[in-house]
Design a protein around this ligand. Structure first.
Ligand SMILES: *Cc1c(COP(=O)(O)O)cnc(C)c1O
Length: 441
């Protein structure tokens, strides 16, 4: 591959001299798949082109935000319209009201607790703010999180967090004092008994239970609905708030995200990725009585110089307006086709999916068809990532761009059709038919 990437290689050589690891977010560095990162220069629909002119079908979608692919004309027009008025004021603007109304109206029909929303500039900020708000509202300190759930790089959440941390093999981050995580209780997913015990022990000081209802940062660890319902009950009983981190799943699996999909109303929700239409936007939403505690109405401080940025709000609004029911239906159909066709091929590796999110995993030795996909982080074999690294190189050689880590999920985008799905299947099957016939020693 590298002989096809002279310009990427040159840019990378320059980048590492100014930017640590040459990247502004660690997983982009290709450390777990080998080689050096590919520098992209253009995107159009489902296609991206790198600085050397190589074309790829984009199954990474900027890690999730690009549900309509690249440069959808409606989104570009909305950005342009706003761009000619102003980039930022630091005052309230119409675009943020429009996006807030649009999101609340959409969510409310499906999630009755989604009564208020505030915009920030990233998913990390959304989580950080939601946790502070939950603690301020309840007057309690402890938070339960789950092993393998990633909630951005908030200090208190950098414990068994998946995403870039699992990829680089760093279980925790340096620079986070133990006292910053002493109020974080980490539990395994898919274990309601463990949650019940922890709530019994800490219930009176428990501010919140936070999780990705569709955990998608440490593989795709789809949960049993009963587990999520059980957490809702535990929160009701203990007075802790249930926070769904829907930074990936929000507007991805349905207009109402995982909350709609599983028909569970959390007290707070966090958003990012899709909600910005490709611009840096995050948001947290939830119960009006909880939001009454936030500044300037209440004592919980939260702020942002570029929060509610008019250009970003316009992009987000244009993207969400395009997300109609037929779009979700079509994406889910493509996801289903990918899953059923790949899994019918009889490989040891299987494909898990929900809506337009997919993930390849190595099933257990001797697993039978119909056995379920992993539901906990510790069910993923670390060695399987070497196979993913080879698959990743095979994909790049064949014009397929996927996230450079086997712990990350893939995304489909609305401009795709069965043509791109069959192409992906062809590349996957070609790889696994050789791989599983001659497994490397
Ligand atoms: C991506 C992600 C975050 C962090 O969002 P950033 O915009 O990268 O800060 C938080 N939670 C989940 C579930 C995510 O997938």
């Amino acid at each position: 591959m590298n002989e096809r990437l002279p310009t990427s290689q040159k840019l990378y050589d320059r980048a590492v001299k100014a930017i640590p690891g040459g990247v502004n977010s660690p997983v982009r560095a290709f450390r777990s798949v080998g080689g050096t990162p590919i520098f992209m220069s253009r995107g159009e629909g489902y296609r991206i082109t790198d600085v050397d002119g190589n074309e790829f079908i984009d199954f990474c979608c900027s890690w999730g935000p690009l549900i309509h692919g690249h440069r959808h004309p409606d989104i570009m027009k909305a950005i342009e319209r706003q761009m000619h008025r102003a980039l930022t004021f630091g005052t309230p603007c119409e675009a943020e009201v429009e996006l807030a109304e649009f999101v609340i109206e959409r969510l409310q029909a499906r999630i009755p607790t989604a009564e208020r929303i505030r915009f920030v500039s990233s998913g990390t900020e959304a989580v950080m703010s939601a946790l502070r708000l939950a603690r301020g509202f309840t007057g309690r300190s402890k938070v339960i999180k789950f092993e393998g759930c990633y909630h951005g790089h908030v200090d208190s959440m950098l414990v068994k967090a998946g995403s870039g941390l699992v990829t680089s093999g760093v279980p925790d981050s340096a620079g986070v004092p133990a006292s910053f995580t002493e109020h974080t209780i980490v539990l395994p997913l898919d274990d309601l008994d463990a949650a019940r015990k922890a709530v019994a022990e800490h219930g009176k000081d428990l501010a919140a239970i936070i999780l990705e209802p569709i955990p998608a940062n440490n593989g795709l660890l789809l949960q049993r609905p009963e587990f999520l319902q059980g957490l809702r009950r535990l929160c009701d009983e203990s007075g802790a708030l249930l926070i769904f981190d829907e930074v990936i799943s929000g507007f991805r699996v349905a207009a109402g995200g995982a909350a709609e999909y599983y028909k569970i109303a959390p007290d707070l929700l966090t958003y990012g990725k899709i909600i910005g239409g490709g611009m840096p936007v995050g948001a947290f939403a939830g119960r009006a009585d909880v939001f009454a505690q936030i500044a300037p109405d209440g004592p919980v401080y939260q702020a942002g110089t570029l929060s509610g940025n008019p250009v970003a709000m316009s992009a987000g609004l244009a993207q969400l307006r395009l997300l109609t029911e037929p779009v979700y239906k079509n994406l889910a159909g493509l996801g289903e086709l990918l899953k059923s066709d790949f899994n019918a091929a009889g490989f040891r590796w299987k494909l898990a999916s929900i809506g337009s999110i997919f993930w390849l995993y190595e099933s257990a030795q001797g697993a039978k068809d119909g056995d379920e996909a992993p539901r906990r982080a510790d069910q993923i074999r670390r060695e399987s990532m070497e196979t993913y690294a080879r698959l990743h190189r095979h994909c790049l050689r064949n014009g397929i761009y996927m996230a450079p880590s086997g712990y990350e999920v893939g995304f489909l985008s609305a401009p795709m059709s069965e043509v791109q799905i069959y192409r992906l299947l062809e590349i996957f099957k070609d790889f696994f038919s050789k791989e599983e016939r001659n497994p490397p020693q």
